[in-house]
Design a protein around this ligand. Structure first.
Ligand SMILES: *[C@@H]1O[C@H](CO)[C@@H](O)[C@H](O)[C@H]1NC(C)=O
Ligand SMILES: *[C@@H]1O[C@H](CO)[C@@H](O)[C@H](O)[C@H]1NC(C)=O
Ligand SMILES: *[C@@H]1O[C@H](CO)[C@@H](O)[C@H](O)[C@H]1NC(C)=O
Ligand SMILES: *[C@@H]1O[C@H](CO)[C@@H](O)[C@H](O)[C@H]1NC(C)=O
Length: 331
């Protein structure tokens, strides 16, 4: 239940959470039905955005006119400057830790880096660690407004509390990405590409099997084979995942601007998963340690934006990396 002070100035002065020590609070819901908004002053102008890019927050306030009882918030927030930062070296939280870098400890400058907490209470305080040392300290009780609550969401800290943010960058919005990675979309702007490819069993060593075009996401590759190794590289690159002989281990690998997870199961089945959108064409490879008679199959599936399908119809030109002079056809 939300409680609020009987005099608005107390809230403004002390902050909503702590202002009611008097015992003079009233129940928000009960009171709001009998009092209107007209007792408040107009909202002030929006404050300057807390960040210049990457999503910050701005607020406005209002006061309760003297002699009145006011219900509701005296402060409200909106998001601002939500465009991505172009070449930000450190994320916002790292910058805040690094601001303490000039403090000397035993005559040496110490460098701070952020420690992320999964606890709801701590994620909006500035907890930092001395680089290369196991020394952690809370450097500020609250991170600056607009700091992400953690690495994995766009939710942001406002006045030391984690506030939910939708994919449309609005506070408390229910907007989410659809399966095509469109905010508030209806799942119709991408197509599931699915099928299998046969691996040439006579050709030992590394062979290119298929291409996955830029813009694809939710990629899943798997093979049931026992003796081959599934790999992947960026088109035109010579280095890639699992492209040498030898048993492959479960691993993570950055490719095309996304993280690929490689896994080999006990049964011998292999899998590569890439969740995020790839920003380069990727070539899927198979490494056969020796030639054999059985035909092996690579199963693939990924989601591809429909707009790209019309753009990319037809055959790709062969790149130098195609070795055997293969062409790929966008499926
Ligand atoms: C720090 O440096 C000063 C001057 O260089 C020196 O006198 C002092 O002993 C040093 N302190 C430590 C803890 O190393
Ligand atoms: C770091 O210190 C904490 C206690 O201060 C301890 O529990 C933890 O095991 C230490 N970690 C390492 C890697 O030394
Ligand atoms: C989001 O909604 C919650 C619950 O209604 C509210 O307490 C909070 O202040 C809202 N956040 C923002 C930034 O408006
Ligand atoms: C889109 O698909 C997901 C499952 O992939 C489903 O949960 C969601 O409700 C769908 N959204 C719409 C708008 O159809």
């Amino acid at each position: 239940m939300e409680r609020i002070c009987w005099k608005a100035w107390m809230c403004v002065f002390l902050g909503l959470q702590v202002c009611c020590g008097y015992g003079a609070f009233i129940d928000y819901k009960a009171a709001s039905s009998s009092h209107g908004d007209e007792r408040w002053t107009e909202w002030s102008r929006w404050s300057e955005c807390s960040r210049t890019c990457g999503g910050g927050a701005s607020y406005q306030t209002r006061q309760c006119n003297t002699g009145h009882t006011c219900m509701g918030r005296y402060i409200r927030y909106k998001t601002c400057n939500t465009q991505e930062c172009s070449d930000e070296e450190l994320d916002f939280r790292s910058q805040q830790c690094a601001a303490y870098n000039d403090e000397k400890y035993e005559n040496r400058t110490i460098e701070w880096e952020p420690v992320e907490s999964s606890s709801l209470q701590e994620m909006c305080s500035l907890v930092c660690r001395v680089k290369h040392h196991n020394f952690t300290k809370m450097l500020a009780p609250k991170v600056l407004d607009g700091t992400r609550c953690n690495k994995y969401t766009v939710d942001m800290c406002i006045a030391g509390k984690c506030e939910s943010v939708g994919c449309d960058h609005e506070f408390n919005s229910t907007a989410v990405f659809d399966r095509c990675r469109v905010c508030n979309g209806d799942n119709t702007t991408c197509q599931l590409m699915k099928g299998r490819r046969v691996v040439d069993p006579r050709q030992s060593g590394l062979q290119d099997v298929m291409l996955i075009p830029t813009g694809s996401h939710t990629i899943k590759l798997s093979s049931k084979d026992l003796g081959s190794t599934l790999g992947i590289h960026e088109m035109g690159e010579t280095k890639g995942l699992n492209e040498v002989a030898g048993p492959a281990e479960d691993t993570k690998y950055w490719v095309g601007g996304a993280l690929a997870y490689y896994r080999r199961f006990r049964s011998g089945r292999e899998q590569i998963l890439i969740d995020n959108t790839i920003k380069k064409d990727l070539v899927v490879t198979v490494f056969l340690s020796d030639s054999r008679r059985t035909r092996e199959k690579l199963h693939y599936q990924y989601l591809y934006p429909l707009t790209n399908i019309w753009k990319n119809r037809g055959w790709s030109t062969c790149s130098a990396s195609c070795g055997g002079g293969k062409h790929y056809r966008y499926l």
